[in-house]
Design a protein around this ligand. Structure first.
Ligand SMILES: NC(=O)c1ccc[n+]([C@@H]2O[C@H](COP(=O)([O-])OP(=O)(O)OC[C@H]3O[C@@H](n4cnc5c(N)ncnc54)[C@H](OP(=O)(O)O)[C@@H]3O)[C@@H](O)[C@H]2O)c1
Length: 262
């Protein structure tokens, strides 16, 4: 039962919805695009790997379109956005899922590695929002969903740069909401816990509350439908992390050390 109204304006029913998923070639983005296509939405699929995008689109030739691009290249995003917007006569939701991950501990910090992570996880989403926002504002409706991570809540071992990129993205998305809500544009912040995808396949530590990409997609779609600002999952895990967020540093550092080791 809801006690408060949704923070975002309602999205059209999926069969009437036009959605652009960036990062749709594998993992969470591919699963979300597949679920949206199955629900009847028109979906534009973007990532760098055109071959994989064709596989995701294969069963939905009439409603899926392929727009291969590198989302860190603003000109590529703008060109694809113009085509999508013109062909569809508008767009209801831009989902920025693309991202990358690499474990970095303090003693491994390297400028080139840090630049690459920030380029994909921060500059990519920013370039995408910059490219689509004029069109969304001109049409006067629509929404942007940005996938960050619970790793952005507070500092965690092995996430020296990844966590910083995701923390910045959370702050960016919160601010985007403050600016765009009064203009009728929806903004969704999507913070997954551990999801089994190619991105996490090489993690050697035990990933608590690991869920499948299909479960993540179902959570994202339910959150979008509910108009939530923050869509975080799985709740059994994120509830614990949200409690940790409230702790003073002395207690927070001790709790993280106990959970993760040195
Ligand atoms: N898996 C998890 O446990 C987890 C947890 C929290 C948050 N997340 C976040 O969820 C998002 C998706 O993660 P995932 O696990 O599904 O990762 P994934 O399986 O590695 O998929 C990443 C997607 O991003 C695309 N991509 C990467 N760089 C790109 C670029 N420069 N331009 C366009 N597309 C690009 C990839 O396609 P191409 O390589 O074909 O370009 C791929 O489609 C990421 O932002 C990640 O940080 C994941």
């Amino acid at each position: 039962m809801r006690f408060f109204p949704p923070l975002n304006p309602p999205l059209p029913a999926w069969p009437d919805a036009r959605v652009w998923v960036i990062g749709a070639s594998q993992g969470i983005g591919a699963a979300t695009a597949t679920a949206l296509l199955a629900a009847g939405a028109r979906v534009a699929l973007s990532a760098r790997s055109a071959d994989k995008l064709h596989v995701v689109a294969a069963d939905h030739r009439a409603t899926a379109r392929i727009e291969p691009l590198d989302f860190t290249q603003g000109a590529q995003v703008s060109a694809a956005w113009k085509r999508i917007h013109a062909d569809w006569g508008g767009c209801d939701l831009v989902l920025v899922v693309a991202g990358t991950h690499r474990e970095v501990r303090a003693w491994e910090l390297d400028e080139a590695v840090a630049d690459a992570l920030l380029e994909t996880n921060l500059n990519g989403p920013l370039a995408t929002v910059a490219a689509v926002l004029p069109g969304l504002l001109a049409q006067g409706h629509g929404a942007i969903g940005i996938v960050s991570s619970v790793a952005g809540y507070r500092g965690l071992p092995k996430a020296l740069v990844y966590g910083a990129s995701k923390a910045a993205l959370i702050n960016f998305t919160e601010t985007l909401y403050l600016d765009l809500h009064p203009k009728g544009i929806g903004v969704y912040l999507i913070n997954p816990g551990f999801v089994a995808t190619p991105l996490t396949a090489t993690n050697e530590f035990r990933m608590p509350h690991l869920i499948s990409a299909d479960e993540a997609a179902a959570q994202i779609i339910a959150g979008l439908r509910a108009g939530d600002f923050e869509i975080h999952f799985p709740r059994a895990f994120t509830r614990q992390l949200k409690l940790l967020q409230l702790l003073p540093y002395r207690l927070y550092f001790a709790a993280v050390r106990r959970a993760t080791g040195p």
